[in-house]
Design a protein around this ligand. Structure first.
Ligand SMILES: CC(C)[C@H](C(=O)O)[C@@H](O)C(=O)O
Ligand code: SF4
Length: 485
């Protein structure tokens, strides 16, 4: 593939890719070196079994890191009742011991969702190639790493060789400029992007997110953005590392220290896309256009601003489109034309690798403080890691949530997917800060509405979707900035 522009100019994606190519041959995939292999209990058992069958070792156990997150209970966490879940967890323990891989299991205070603990432990670093048998590995791209999900046979390949065959994808620059409005979050940006451009816009691409909005984001906001780039179809997404990134990494448990850290920062600064490098596609977004968003259907592009009205089947649209709207309306229990603000919810889930970090909980708690969960709602907060849980408790957030009537849980994937005890009953609705809303995702017949943490908190208090801008107290510095909003 040849893009226009100077041959010497490279995007961050080129730089990450090219510096990890071990074998390159014409018309064949490249063999990439992998710097970090994250492992969880769901996609690793067959991979380890494959190694055992072939009598192979793990090539670089020191570059692997494992946790358990999908199957574990968030109440009474050591008591896994489901037989398959228990077996997966026990199998991971056995495999990590046998192959010499560090595991943060249920007893560890570093356990958590794989995409939450990688960054918070300083394992996720700029310039690295990172893989995991999990689609939301894109999250780690927020640090300027080339990070993507792989399938179980690829997990086995990486375990055995620390390399992976990959075709280099095309490259897209999504430039987001300007200030977000009051009550509009990184989650709304990515939901808005998918609503506008569809779930296939990123297919075949790695996205670089750039622009002043992204530069102004915290690392946690950047992670939310990159996390859901996969729902836009992208292979991966990446954000150039900057001072915000270095500040976040500094002092993290496994991050380089002191002089070595300073040296690393120097080289990480060079990862940024060269000024005259070009992309296969560029999309420009004006942040000011974005509003708090709510999904109404069965894929993340079926999404509207809080002020919106659900579509009805449109006789003038294509058969395929009509069919998809009809199916979504029927699964979600809508006739069409309902206002988003009139949708009642019975469940609220604040958690998942998209939105379970400390800042997500801080923001949600600002909405909740001093109020009560609506009597018709069951609301749970599931911190993304045990360490997020501890930090939140130090700030007294658990008390704010508990006083309001939320449940305060241990960490795990929880209600993000129906693989553990946290299930939404058939026909009931959940305002969820997670990333997927397909039929059955939170349990058979469960109806998922994806939202930001503050929108989820507002829904919990009111029992229906509510414009968070009318209930979120303004911080001192926001009063003048958002005067009149
Ligand atoms: C279980 C795992 C393979 C899956 C994924 O890869 O995405 C899960 O994390 C999910 O979010 O659906
Ligand atoms: S929190 Fe949800 S999306 Fe993230 S890894 Fe777990 S199941 Fe997948």
């Amino acid at each position: 593939m040849c893009r226009e522009g100077s041959f010497l100019s490279k995007t961050i994606i080129d730089k990450l890719w090219d510096s990890h190519v071990v074998v390159k041959e014409d018309n064949k995939p490249d063999l990439l070196y992998i710097d970090l292999h994250l492992i969880h209990e769901v996609t690793s058992p067959q991979a380890f079994a494959g190694l055992r069958e072939k009598n192979r070792k793990v090539r670089r156990p020191d570059l692997c890191f494992a946790t358990m997150d999908h199957n574990i209970p968030t109440v009474d966490r050591f008591n896994i009742k489901d037989v398959t879940s228990r077996l997966q967890v026990q199998t991971l323990e056995k495999n990590c011991e046998e192959f010499g891989i560090q595991l943060e299991g249920l007893h560890s205070d570093q356990q958590g969702i794989v995409h939450v603990i990688g960054p918070e432990l300083g394992l996720t670093l700029p310039g690295k190639t990172i893989v995991c048998g999990d689609s939301h590995t894109s999250t780690h791209g927020a640090f300027g790493a080339l990070a993507f999900g792989i399938g179980t046979s690829e997990v086995e390949h990486v375990l055995a060789t620390q390399t992976l065959w990959q075709h280099k994808p095309k490259q897209m620059n999504v430039r987001i400029e300007g200030d977000l409005g009051f009550g509009v979050t990184a989650k709304d940006v990515i939901l808005w992007f998918i609503a506008k451009y569809g779930t296939n816009i990123g297919t075949g691409y790695i996205i670089e997110f750039s622009g002043s909005t992204v530069a102004g984001f915290t690392m946690e906001e950047r992670m939310t953005l990159c996390n859901m780039s996969i729902e836009a179809g992208a292979k991966a997404s990446v954000i150039a590392p900057d001072e915000t990134t270095f500040h976040y990494i500094s002092g993290k448990r496994y991050a380089p220290k002191q002089q070595e850290f300073q040296k690393k920062c120097e080289s990480w600064r060079n990862l940024a896309t060269d000024p005259d490098a070009t992309f296969d596609k560029t999309i420009e977004i004006n942040a000011a256009e974005i509003e708090p968003m709510v999904t109404w259907g069965t894929n993340p592009s079926m999404c509207l601003p809080i002020s919106g009205q659900i579509p009805a089947e449109d006789p003038s649209s294509s058969n395929e489109e009509r069919h998809s709207v009809r199916n979504a309306l029927s699964y979600m229990g809508f006739k069409g034309n309902e206002k988003i603000e009139n949708i009642n919810v019975q469940h609220v889930f604040i958690g998942s690798c998209t939105n379970s970090r400390l800042s997500d909980l801080v923001e949600a708690s600002r909405v909740v403080e001093g109020s009560k969960v609506h009597p018709g709602v069951r609301a749970i907060v599931v911190p993304g890691s045990q360490s997020v849980k501890q930090e939140a408790e130090k700030l007294g957030l658990h008390q704010i949530f508990l006083d309001a009537g939320f449940e305060w849980r241990d960490s795990g994937c929880s209600m993000c997917l129906g693989m553990n005890d946290d299930i939404v009953p058939e026909g009931e609705r959940c305002a969820s800060t997670s990333n997927r809303n397909f039929a059955g995702r939170q349990g058979k017949g469960a109806r998922t509405h994806l939202v930001s943490p503050i929108m989820a908190a507002a829904a919990a208090l009111h029992g229906k979707f509510t414009d968070v801008r009318s209930v979120l107290p303004k911080r001192e510095e926001e009063v003048e900035r958002y005067a009149g909003v």
